[in-house]
Design a binder for this molecule. Structure first.
Ligand code: B3K
Ligand code: ZN
Length: 844
């Protein structure tokens, strides 16, 4: 396998002034004709003329009108070319109907669509398929289908053809084409400069009723980017298309975003509150890419976080602005810790800007996206809001039209603030989660906090240097008042102290407020102190954190010492739950506790080999205990969690329903599922229906409900994904593998559809105790299916291998069982490059 290195970057030898593409669509014999003007690039070293191309049948190639015979290899073609500018013409044939990898041009339920990021365009035609080669595209689509779309503005349309022109130079990964029998949900948006933009969401007939929410989210995003970042949309039309078969969430192709239908279609009957919120944020994310990604793109794929980290940061800001900021922050912190920390602390650890890869698709990770966003958040915290805004304005002014780098990005901050960001840059180059230990000192009214940072070795990086850590700290008086409001301490040394003078009493510190830095805090705080913060902290994230830490300790003691639940913690929590001044959504979050997966990590960190069954059992005992202890409180909380008004997926109503469903989980422990059954029967929206079904699955009283649900929804693919997923994800550990096995035999288990595949096998891998059952049946089942899927869809296969990334946490027997499966996968004949790289990294 070939490894690509950041340090080897060289510019392409030519510039492309314009690209003309003509598509003659046919399921198994689409012809793609390209005409491209190449001009030598004065800034590039001399090189062979090489164009990427994979799985293409070359029909004809010509230079300046004269036929040529290039040397064709598996990954592209080489050809002798003139010294000066020339016109390249080429015709290839491809078979979209046979493209199961869902990369390049493929078919999904009878419609043609494309996915080119990162390197899919080379499966459409021969091209310099790299993000720093940007050009103006004109596209003609010919086919016997009612709707023919591509990027940019519509130029001409007629019987069986359409022409599109995108005036903004773009790299090939932003190219898109869609053709099919589609209907649209139209709307329009008037930009800040009064330009009217046509908006469309294109869907398959029958889905028209599920577009309104997405459209509102799009308009909100467009307005928000104008108001907050001063960014205006730049084409006459913005199209979104929903596609059923898609490897990820969505794609920001210029003017023609393509979405996994699960990330755009929504209705109260078929979508949960969580679905609505996710759809809103993904629509925003893809739209925001228009400036951070498309107008300013990446020089090479190592710079992926330049667009992804920044765009995630922007979509998080957007959600905070239009929903509840504290709740969103807690959500993001929980997801960072649940997904990114394990990555950063295991065999797949890599820097936010990786330095090498074999298959770039394997680096669309929580580290690049979510840690990438955290790094931007830290930068903003360090320079302040005003400087951040100035730096961003400079970034857009200076780099509009560029394929930029992290160096360019940091330079705008250095130029606007005069700060030297050399040390800060380590956040981009050093992998691993920094650990910060805290000690304190109190004497004569002076309180001193001392921080010591270390980062453990990660693959390829044995030594780590200290990073810049913006640590937001506030101090509370023993009576609960805040004596020192939040202050950001800038830690740059390995060990560093900060003093707070003239205090009347020894304060209680609230450290890393708002999770100002993505680090693990090591601090021996007493449970009294945590309980105090749970009661008094003004920072919602740390209030939640205090409860989480108490929960961790409680479960740890239950698992390792057979202790009973920590009643002091539960009583503190109860006071929070009873506080009607607190947002129901926040209280719902406070009712959560460390997941089984998180507990496995906690045990491992504390030197105890995690036993998945013991973790599960402790969680069960704790839940039962909570339910009994709070039995009196539950009815009033349930009432607060009930919405009487007509369904709206807004923050207010969904917060209430979240509280309601957290309460239902406890009530079910007391009534064996009676309330859940009633809720299931009366539910008039998917949030209530699904949360009730989840509880019925959990208590094993799900047979009738699952049948009823299936009968009701068997025609709706997205709802059926929930049905498949929930019965595996929520069931008791022993049932997980048998159920997943049975569901893979179900007539509707269309395993070539990534959503359905993930619904069953992804849900199995996420059910901690079920997946990690002692006999290894979970590992074997997942591997069997990964082996099967790899021939068809390497991207989704490789991504799902990460289910094994935490394998070194577990006991020798489980490790041996996992190793057998990883080796079985490794040794599969014709294993894809994607999966091969993942398995090799996980095996280490
Ligand atoms: N940029 C795309 C992701 C492409 C993934 C390629 N394997 C979606 C997004 O981040 O918005
Ligand atoms: Zn993105």
């Amino acid at each position: 396998p070939v490894t690509i290195h950041l340090k080897d970057y060289t510019p392409f030898g030519w510039q492309l002034s314009d690209v003309h593409l003509t598509f003659h669509l046919a399921p198994r014999s689409t012809r793609v004709v390209s005409k491209i003007h190449f001009t030598p690039n004065p800034e590039a070293p001399a090189q062979d003329f090489f164009l990427h191309g994979e799985q293409l049948t070359l029909i004809r190639a010509a230079i300046d009108g004269v036929d040529v015979t290039p040397e064709v290899t598996e990954d592209g073609l080489r050809c002798a070319v003139p010294d000066g500018p020339f016109l390249w013409e080429c015709e290839v044939e491809i078979a979209p109907a046979d493209n199961t990898a869902l990369e390049g041009l493929y078919m999904s339920s009878g419609m043609y669509c494309t996915q080119c990021e990162a390197e899919g365009f080379r499966k459409i035609t021969y091209f310099p398929d790299r993000p720093d080669v940007m050009s103006v595209f004109t596209v003609r689509v010919e086919g016997d289908l009612p709707v023919l779309l591509s990027n940019g503005n519509s130029v001409q349309r007629g019987d069986g053809f359409a022409e599109w022109h995108d005036p903004w130079p773009k790299p090939a990964y932003l190219f898109a084409l869609v053709a099919g029998d589609l209907v649209n949900h139209p709307d329009s948006f008037t930009t800040m400069n009064g330009r009217k933009v046509k908006l469309n969401i294109w869907v398959r007939p029958g889905d028209e009723g599920k577009c309104a929410f997405g459209m509102e989210a799009l308009k909100k995003s467009m307005r928000w980017d104008e108001e907050v970042y001063g960014r205006e949309y730049d084409l006459e039309v913005f199209n979104i298309v929903a596609v059923d078969d898609f490897n990820m969430g969505a794609m920001e192709n210029k003017g023609l975003n393509i979405f996994n239908s699960s990330c755009v279609l929504a209705s109260p009957e078929t979508s949960t509150d969580d679905n609505f919120e996710r759809i809103e944020s993904i629509i925003a994310h893809e739209y925001f890419h228009n400036w951070t990604g498309n107008r300013i793109t990446c020089r090479d794929w190592f710079q992926l976080c330049l667009k992804e980290g920044l765009t995630v940061f922007r979509d998080q800001q957007f959600t905070k602005d239009i929903r509840s900021a504290p709740v969103k922050r807690i959500d993001d912190v929980a997801s960072l810790r649940g997904r990114q920390f394990p990555e950063d602390q295991g065999p797949l650890a890599h820097p936010v800007r990786p330095e090498s890869f074999q298959e770039i698709n394997n680096f669309y990770t929580a580290t690049v996206y979510d840690k990438g966003a955290e790094v931007i958040g830290m930068l903003k915290t360090l320079v302040g809001d005003e400087a951040y805004a100035k730096a961003l304005t400079l970034y857009f002014d200076r780099h509009d039209g560029d394929a930029a780098t992290i160096e360019d990005w940091l330079k705008v901050f250095e130029d606007t603030t005069g700060r030297d960001l050399a040390q800060f840059k380590r956040w981009y180059s050093q992998a691993g989660t920094p650990r910060v230990s805290v000690t304190e000192d109190w004497a004569d009214g002076t309180y001193t906090l001392t921080f010591a940072q270390t980062t453990r070795p990660t693959p390829g990086q044995p030594e780590k240097a200290p990073q810049v850590i913006p640590m937001a700290v506030g101090l509370l008086n023993p009576n609960g008042d805040e004596v020192v409001p939040t202050r950001v301490l800038e830690i740059t040394e390995e060990t560093q102290s900060f003093r707070f003078d003239e205090l009347a009493a020894r304060p209680i510190p609230s450290i890393n407020r708002g999770f100002s830095a993505p680090v693990v805090l090591d601090r021996d705080s007493s449970s009294e102190e945590r309980a105090f913060l749970l009661a008094h902290d003004t920072d919602p994230v740390n209030r939640w954190e205090a409860s989480l830490l108490l929960g961790r300790d409680c479960l740890f003691a239950m698992i390792t010492e057979n202790a009973g639940p920590d009643v002091a913690w539960l009583d503190g929590l109860e006071r929070v739950l009873r506080d009607r001044d607190l947002d129901p959504a926040f209280r719902a979050m406070m009712m959560g506790w460390p997941s089984q997966n998180e507990m496995a990590q906690v045990l491992f960190e504390r030197g105890v080999t995690p036993d998945p069954d013991a973790i599960f059992a402790a969680q069960e005992t704790l839940t039962q205990f909570k339910a009994e202890r709070w039995a009196d409180l539950l009815p009033s909380l349930a009432a607060e969690g009930t919405v009487d008004a007509a369904y709206r997926p807004d923050a207010d109503q969904s917060g209430k329903r979240a509280l309601g469903s957290a309460v239902l989980a406890l009530t079910t422990r007391l009534d064996g599922g009676k309330a859940a059954q009633a809720q299931f029967e009366s539910a008039d929206n998917m949030t209530l229906q699904l949360s009730a079904l989840g509880q019925l699955v959990r208590v094993g009283k799900d047979q009738d409900a699952l049948a009823a649900f299936e009968a009701q929804w068997c025609k709706d693919r997205l709802v059926m994904d929930k049905w498949f997923g929930l019965q595996v994800g929520a069931t008791a550990p022993d049932n997980v593998v048998p159920r997943a096995t049975a569901l893979t035999q179900h007539a509707d288990f269309d395993w070539k559809n990534p959503n359905r595949f993930r619904a069953v096998l992804g849900a199995m891998a996420m059910n901690h105790a079920g997946f990690h059952r002692k006999d290894g049946a979970g590992y074997a089942l997942l591997t069997e299916w990964l082996i099967k899927l790899d021939d068809l869809n390497p991207q989704t296969t490789a991504r799902m291998c990460s289910a094994f990334q935490t394998w070194k946490r577990y006991d020798a027997d489980r490790q041996a069982l996992i190793r057998v499966q990883l080796e079985r996968l490794r040794d599969k004949p014709k294993l894809s490059r994607d999966t091969a790289e993942m398995v090799a990294r996980i095996l280490g």
